[in-house]
Write a protein that binds this ligand. Structure first.
Ligand code: NAD
Length: 360
C-alpha cells in the first residue's frame, strides 16, 4: 500500500529530527512492504524567509492532498519579534484550521527506564506514566469573541469561552474511542461549578457515556486535575478537556514525565488526515549540533501509522523499538544520566531502525 506524506521540516532542529523519523518510516516500510512517499514543503521561519509568509498556499495544498503530515518544529529567535506581522507559529494555527483539525492527542508517557527524569518521587512513578490527553483545538476562549475597550474611562479587556454541542460531541467521541482502545477510563475535565460552557460540556459527556457503557467516566474540576497530575498521575488513562484547560494540563503532564524530547502528538479532524509532531519546539540553542533527541518525532510517526493509516502492528513495533533502545541504556544529552551511553541524533535514529529490523 502507498501512503503520501507531506513533510514540514521547519526550523532549528526540525530538519535533524525529521530526517531520523523518515529513516524510521522507511525501515518500517521495508519490513512490512508499505511505500511511503514524501513531499517536502515549507512552513514557519524558513517559509517567511523564502516566501514572506509562514504558511505558503502551496504548502497547505500539498498537506490537504496528502494522507498525513509530518512536522518537525517551527520558530526561532530570528523571527521572534512580537510586533512582527508574520510569525512562524501563525503557520501552525493556519495549518490546523486549513485542515480542520479540532483534536489534539497528547500522550504523556514516562517510560520505566526514564523514571529518574520525572521530578516526582520514585514511589509515585516507579511503574511509569501513560496518559493520553485529548484537547479540543479549535474552539473555546482562544477563538471566542474578544476585545479591549474603555468603559467609564477605565481600560478593560475580555475573552469569551463558548462551545456548542457539536463541538463538544465530536471531541468527546474521539476521547471515548481513544479510551476504548486503551484502558477504558475517561476523565472529563471542566469547571462546571462556575462556567456555563463547562456545564454544557459535562452534560454532553454524560449523554455520550450511554453509548460507551464499557468506559468508566469520571469528571474532575480543572484545579483538582492540576493537583492530581502531580499527586498521582498513574490514576489517569484518557483525559478530555477544552482548548485552554488542555493547553495548560498537557504541558503540566509533559513536565511530570520530565522529558520533553520524548513526547509526540497528533492533531486530528473528522477524516484520517492528521498532523504529527513532537510537542517540543525548534530548540534553536542546539540546532545543527547533531545532539537533538529525535525520539518524540519518531514516536509521532508511530501515532501517524496508528491514527491515519490504521497500521497498529507497525506503530507498536516503533514504540517497542524506542523502549528497547532505552532499556539498552542509550540516551541523547537531554535524557542522559550517569552510567548510560550518550549518543547523537543520527545514532539514536540508527539504533531505533536496528531494533525495528530485529523486532517482530
Ligand atoms: P523548545 O522546546 O524549543 O526548547 C526548550 C528546551 O528544551 C531547550 O533547552 C531545548 O534545547 C530543549 N529541547 C527541546 N527539544 C529537544 C530535543 N528534541 N532534544 C533535546 N533537547 C530539546 O522551547 P523554546 O525554547 O521555548 O522555543 C524555541 C522556539 O520553538 C521558539 O521560537 C518557539 O516559538 C518555538 N516553538 C515551536 C513549537 C512548534 O513548532 N510546535 C512548539 C513550542 C515552541
Amino acid at each position: 500500500m502507498k501512503y503520501n506524506i507531506a513533510v514540514i521540516e521547519g526550523d532549528g532542529i526540525g530538519p535533524d529530527i525529521v530526517t531520523e523519523a523518515i529513516k524510521v518510516l522507511n525501515t518500517v516500510g521495508e519490513k512490512f512492504n508499505h511505500k511511503f512517499e514524501y513531499e517536502y514543503v515549507l512552513m514557519g521561519g524558513c517559509a517567511i524567509d523564502k516566501e514572506g509568509t509562514p504558511l505558503p498556499e502551496a504548502t497547505l495544498d500539498v498537506c490537504k492532498k496528502s494522507d498525513a503530515v509530518l512536522l518537525g518544529a517551527v520558530g526561532g529567535p530570528k523571527w521572534d519579534d512580537p510586533d512582527s506581522k508574520v510569525r512562524p507559529e501563525q503557520g501552525l494555527l493556519g495549518l490546523r484550521n486549513g485542515l480542520k483539525l479540532y483534536c489534539n492527542l497528547r500522550p504523556a508517557v514516562l517510560y520505566a527506564p526514564l523514571k529518574n527524569e520525572s521530578p516526582l518521587k520514585d514511589e509515585i512513578v516507579k511503574n511509569g506514566i501513560d496518559i493520553c490527553i485529548v484537547r479540543e483545538l479549535t474552539g473555546g476562549i482562544y477563538f471566542g469573541e474578544r476585545g479591549t475597550e474603555v468603559i467609564d474611562g477605565v481600560k478593560s479587556a475580555y475573552d469569551t469561552e463558548r462551545y456548542n454541542v457539536n463541538e463538544i460531541r465530536r471531541i468527546a467521541k474521539i476521547a471515548f474511542e481513544t479510551a476504548m482502545k486503551r484502558n477504558k477510563k475517561l476523565t472529563s475535565v471542566d469547571k462546571a461549578n462556575i462556567l456555563d460552557s463547562s456545564k454544557l460540556w459535562r452534560s454532553i459527556v454524560n449523554e455520550m457515556a450511554k453509548d460507551y457503557p464499557e468506559v468508566e467516566v469520571n469528571h474532575l474540576y480543572v484545579d483538582n486535575t492540576a493537583m492530581q497530575l502531580v499527586k498521582d498521575p498513574t490514576q489517569f488513562d484518557v483525559i478530555v478537556t477544552s482548548n485552554m484547560f488542555g493547553d495548560i494540563l498537557s504541558d503540566e503532564a509533559s513536565m511530570v514525565t520530565g522529558s520533553i524530547g520524548m513526547l509526540p502528538s497528533a492533531s486530528l479532524g473528522d477524516g484520517t488526515l492528521g498532523v504529527y509532531e513532537p510537542i517540543h519546539g525548534s530548540a534553536p540553542d542546539i540546532a545543527g549540533m547533531g545532539i537533538a533527541n529525535p525520539l518524540a518525532t519518531i514516536l509521532s510517526t508511530a501515532m501517524m501509522l496508528r491514527h491515519s493509516f490504521s497500521l497498529e502492528k507497525e506503530a507498536k513495533i516503533i514504540e517497542n523499538a524506542v523502549l528497547n533502545v532505552l532499556e539498552d541504556g542509550y540516551r541523547t544529552g537531554d535524557i542522559m544520566t550517569e552510567g548510560k551511553t550518550k549518543v547523537g541524533t543520527v545514532e539514536m535514529g540508527d539504533l531505533v531502525c536496528k531494533k525495528i529490523k530485529e523486532g517482530k
